[in-house]
Design a protein around this ligand. Structure first.
Ligand code: FMN
Length: 146
């Protein structure tokens, strides 16, 4: 099954740690949306979107990338890291997938080191996250999807 993971991990590269661990174990192509504005994803059977969360949503560039580049009818999954989890973080990406008749196979999330806003004053929250267990969880999640 040909797989791509599209990612944006700009705050502390927290989400990138999950993507890297998956990439080390499985043959997946990865696309960093900070380096490319669009890509042809038609040749992939499974497409993952991975990002940190800002203001309750996936980062803006990956949201736009998904809206522009996700082909219809694909199988998709989501990975994210965040300061404090909420299922609502996926609403907009799920809507994009639904608009394109894509099937969402699942989502994996964990906490990530966060120095946004007031958290910076206290040296950040979730130090050391994602940790080894978080990362192993992402790999297990991906393994079950395939
Ligand atoms: C501008 C900004 C806004 C953020 N907003 C949220 C938020 O709404 N909810 C949350 O749980 N975390 C929020 N965070 C924390 C990040 O989602 C978290 O640190 C994440 O692990 C960063 O992932 P990355 O290093 O892969 O970019 C925010 C961080 C930044 C920089």
């Amino acid at each position: 099954m040909k797989t791509a993971i599209v990612y944006e991990s700009t705050h502390h590269q927290n989400t990138l740690k999950l993507v890297q661990a998956i990439r080390e174990k499985f043959p997946v192509d990865t696309i960093d949306v900070t380096e490319t504005e669009s890509a042809d994803l038609t040749g992939y059977d499974l497409i993952g979107f991975a990002a940190g969360i800002a203001y309750g949503k996936f980062y803006p560039a990956i949201e736009k990338f998904a809206a522009r580049c996700l082909p219809a009818g694909k199988r998709v999954f989501f990975l994210y890291t965040c300061g404090r989890d909420s299922q609502s973080y996926l609403s907009s990406m799920r809507e994009t997938a639904a608009r394109k008749d894509c099937q969402v196979l699942g989502a994996y999330s964990c906490r990530g080191f966060d120095t946004f806003g007031p958290f910076k004053l206290v040296g950040g929250i979730n130090k050391g996250r994602p940790n080894e267990e978080d990362i192993a969880g992402a790999v297990r999640f991906f393994e079950k999807l395939r």
